[in-house]
Write a protein that binds this ligand. Structure first.
Ligand SMILES: Cc1cc2nc3c(=O)[nH]c(=O)nc-3n(C[C@H](O)[C@H](O)[C@H](O)COP(=O)(O)O)c2cc1C
Length: 214
């Protein structure tokens, strides 16, 4: 069954641009996949735990040798990885914070990039690694306050998109579509109308979700 994993990482609610765009994606995806199911993770409002010493010890202890404490330390990680494995499609709403990703999304990534679970060493002994999440399709909706494209002097400061592409590829997710909502700062200052700003991006989002123009 087609299953969409929907993740929001903005701590904002109605003011969030990325949340509005993922919401539109989900509506369009449901229309295109009437039998599909949705798994939702609201990292912005319910962040996952940061990595702890016990968590690290658990990751590097073989499953059969784990104590109850070690098993408990990776319960969330196991659940998050199971969601990634179950879903066929992903939509992630990820704000740029300090030129990279919002910390809630980084904490999520730290929970799901786990040896033997989402990546593994290849059998040839070369030390190469391969991602284990195969055949997934991801749409990543990135919001950011300033402008980075079209020769912007800030273009080299954008560590959000290359990092997301790299880390998803590391766990095997290489079919990735990006939707960019940049230059959101004038919205927050009330200098640009929200509907006017969002209209063309909402159209892109509907197309990525498998629907034509409304
Ligand atoms: C703590 C913080 C750091 C931010 N850092 C950046 C930044 O480095 N570059 C940028 O373009 N915008 C930055 N912004 C602006 C956000 O990316 C922008 O408001 C975006 O729309 C947030 O996503 P949201 O609308 O889904 O909440 C920052 C905002 C906050 C609150």
């Amino acid at each position: 069954m087609p299953t969409l994993l929907h993740i929001d990482a903005s701590p904002r609610s109605d003011r969030s641009v990325s949340r509005q765009l993922t919401r539109e994606f989900v509506l369009a995806w449901k229309e295109a996949n009437p039998d599909g199911q949705i798994i939702y993770r609201d990292l912005g409002h319910n962040p996952v735990p940061l990595v702890t010493e016990t968590f690290i010890a658990a990751v590097y202890t073989p499953p059969k040798a784990r104590s109850a404490d070690l098993r408990a330390a990776i319960t969330t990680s196991d659940q998050l990885i199971s969601e990634l494995q179950t879903a066929t499609d992903y939509v992630f709403g990820v704000p740029m914070y300090n030129f990279s990703v919002a910390a809630a999304f980084k904490a999520y990534i730290d929970q799901i990039v786990i040896p033997g679970r989402t990546y593994a060493y290849t059998a040839d002994g070369s030390g190469s690694r391969t991602g284990l999440l195969k055949g997934k399709k991801a749409t990543v909706i990135m919001s950011r306050g300033w402008l980075y494209r079209n020769g912007s002097p800030l273009s080299s400061c954008n560590l959000q998109e290359p990092w997301i592409r790299m880390i998803l590829g590391f766990v095997g997710v290489t079919d990735i579509e990006f939707v960019v909502a940049e230059g959101t700062a004038p919205l927050d200052r009330g200098e640009v109308g929200r509907d006017e700003y969002l209209r063309p991006i909402l159209e892109q989002v509907r197309l990525k979700a498998g629907l034509g123009l409304a």
